[in-house]
Design a protein around this ligand. Structure first.
Ligand SMILES: Nc1nc2c(c(=O)[nH]1)N[C@H]1C(S)=C(S)[C@@H](COP(=O)(O)O)O[C@H]1N2
Ligand SMILES: [Mo]
Length: 524
């Protein structure tokens, strides 16, 4: 009794392991095949992206709050756990009744294949990786069970049923075969996974493009306060440190030579521009601060950069929009993801552009290579479409974009806001002069003043850093004679229209956070 129970438990574990191993090998093989064909069609990515898209907004908000930019990893990690549990079940089932077990594996791959093919930009090739996953996983599982059965029979012959309980014996030749096969499959999975990554990063390599010299350049960039006060956000965000927010698990690889931008919908005539066409148009260079609607008060999703691009109005004029009845530009990226922008806002004279350069270089892949939209004053989710391939002139009645379908605001101007960069919340500073410093932004209007409040007392005016443009953030600082104890520091900005930053607390959903940031620090 003892023995047979042990045998069952150890056997079940081993069979579950076979299911997991076979599935992982299948996924790795599929990942490699996807890397060679359509990277986004990899079952892991196809399932992961679908989960991200289907996650209800409140849950996504919660994930972003809890895990920051690791939110996607957490969501996808949870899916992975579910898949592996199902794979383990398939392994156990297959040991008892082969066909249903193998069919469960096929079903798992089938779901991934279906999701890959249902992606907006999918073609027939996109089913191939899931097909590969199914074949490799089924064959691996079948093979492992074959070897295992043989080992089982050998044990019986050699020593009678009582000994078979020690399932992890590796001394019989067939038992050794099982161990070797498992090790071999695991090694193959690691190798194929690594090769897949290699191939992808090789294919995604180049963002080398010749950028035009700006016909209308930005003015000389001033020296920021960060030179004097290290804790303050640099006046220009280094490209590699610029915040990144998008729905993508992997960064799209766009081949600039075959990339095009089409303007269609309610226009005089549809036009399609190549990168060369675009870069040949007169360009502007502007310092603009981008902000994400998901930025909490005091949050990190805001960045200042120098953008090079073609004025949006000029690009749209290529298609002719004089007679359009559209109220929306529906932008589509290389994967079919959509972002909507109010047409009247984009064309009201602000420096809206199709950007092709950032901080003196081409756009990095993470920030939309080879081209993206930038509209000063609008949150990124209603303007900053990265990897843009199409702008459709349409109406909000006729078509909805990704986030508007998810109940986010339609027209979302960036809210007047400010942030304390130094001292850090909950930090300790020695008594004496402490520099309180940070940034404030009021895109389109400009910052008039920033005030600081310590321990709930009167607001004190901070000193502003250099003015760049009204579309750009402004640094500020205040020297504080700090005495020992716990203190509370708050800040608020006033824009050049005299509007004071609202102290009404709002969550990012549905149109951006508001409220005053107040931090607690200790002076020793
Ligand atoms: N194609 C695409 N463009 C996109 C997004 C996206 O998910 N896909 N996210 C938008 C959001 S929400 C923001 S805030 C900005 C962020 O731009 P960044 O990642 O370059 O900082 O890109 C916007 N453009
Ligand atoms: Mo965003």
């Amino acid at each position: 009794m003892q023995t047979s129970q042990r045998r069952t438990r150890a056997g079940t574990l081993r069979h579950a392991g076979f299911g997991v191993l076979a599935t992982v090998v299948g996924l790795a093989a599929a990942h490699l095949v996807a890397a060679l064909t359509v990277p986004a069609a990899s079952p892991v990515l196809a399932v992961g992206s679908t989960v991200i898209d289907l996650t209800p907004t409140p849950l996504k908000e919660w994930a972003i709050r809890q895990f920051g930019t690791a939110d996607k990893l957490v969501l996808v990690g949870s899916v992975t756990v579910v898949v592996l549990v199902l794979a383990a079940v398939a392994g156990i089932v297959a040991a008892r009744r082969e066909t249903p077990g193998l069919l469960l594996v096929v079903a798992l791959a089938g779901v991934a294949g279906l999701l890959a093919v249902l992606r907006p930009s999918a073609g027939p090739l996109d089913a191939v990786p899931a097909l590969v996953a199914a074949v490799v996983a089924v064959v691996s599982l079948w093979w492992l069970h074959r070897l295992d059965d043989r080992a089982h029979r050998e044990d019986h012959r050699a020593e009678g049923p009582a000994r078979t309980g020690l399932s992890f014996r590796v001394d019989g030749p067939s038992r050794r075969g099982v161990v070797l096969a498992s090790g071999g499959l695991a090694a193959a999975a690691v190798a194929m996974g690594a090769a897949g990554r290699r191939v992808t990063s090789y294919r995604l390599g180049g963002t080398d493009v010749a950028l035009p010299v700006a016909a209308d350049p930005a003015s000389t960039f001033p020296r920021g306060l960060e030179q004097r006060y290290a804790g303050i956000t640099p006046l220009r965000t280094p490209t590699g440190e610029f915040y990144r927010v998008d729905t993508r698990l992997t960064v799209p690889a766009v081949d600039v030579d075959s990339w095009t931008l089409t303007i269609d919908g309610d226009v005089d005539q549809e036009v399609t521009l190549t990168f060369e066409d675009l870069a040949a148009m007169p360009t502007i260079e502007r310092d603009i601060t981008l902000t994400c609607v998901s930025n909490e008060v005091g949050g990190p999703y805001v960045g200042g950069a120098r953008w090079l691009g073609v004025p949006l109005a000029d690009v749209l004029a290529r298609a002719g929009i004089g007679r359009t009845r559209a109220d929306q530009i529906l932008s589509t990226d290389v994967d079919g993801m959509t972002i909507s922008t109010p047409l009247d806002v984009a064309l009201d004279g602000r420096d809206a552009m199709i950007a092709i350069g950032m901080n003196g270089g081409p756009l990095p892949r993470t920030h939309g290579f080879p081209a993206r939209m930038v509209v000063p004053g609008l949150y990124g989710f209603v303007s900053a479409c990265k990897w843009i391939t199409r702008m459709t002139l349409t109406t909000y009645d006729a078509e909805q974009a990704y986030w508007t379908e998810r109940d986010w605001a339609v027209d979302a101007p960036i809210k007047l806001s400010s942030r304390v960069d130094t001292p850090k919340p909950l930090s300790e500073s020695p008594a004496g002069t402490v520099v309180i410093g940070g940034i404030a932004w009021a895109q389109g209007v400009g910052i008039e003043k920033v005030e600081v409040r310590i321990d709930g007392e009167a607001w004190q005016q901070a000193t502003l850093g250099p003015q760049v443009t009204d579309d750009y953030w402004r640094q500020w600082y205040l020297e504080w004679d700090a005495e020992p104890g716990q203190h509370f520091i708050a800040c608020r900005a006033t824009n050049k229209d005299g509007e004071v930053q609202s102290d009404v607390r709002r969550t990012p959903f549905p149109e951006g956070s508001s409220g005053h940031q107040e931090i607690s620090v200790t002076v020793t």
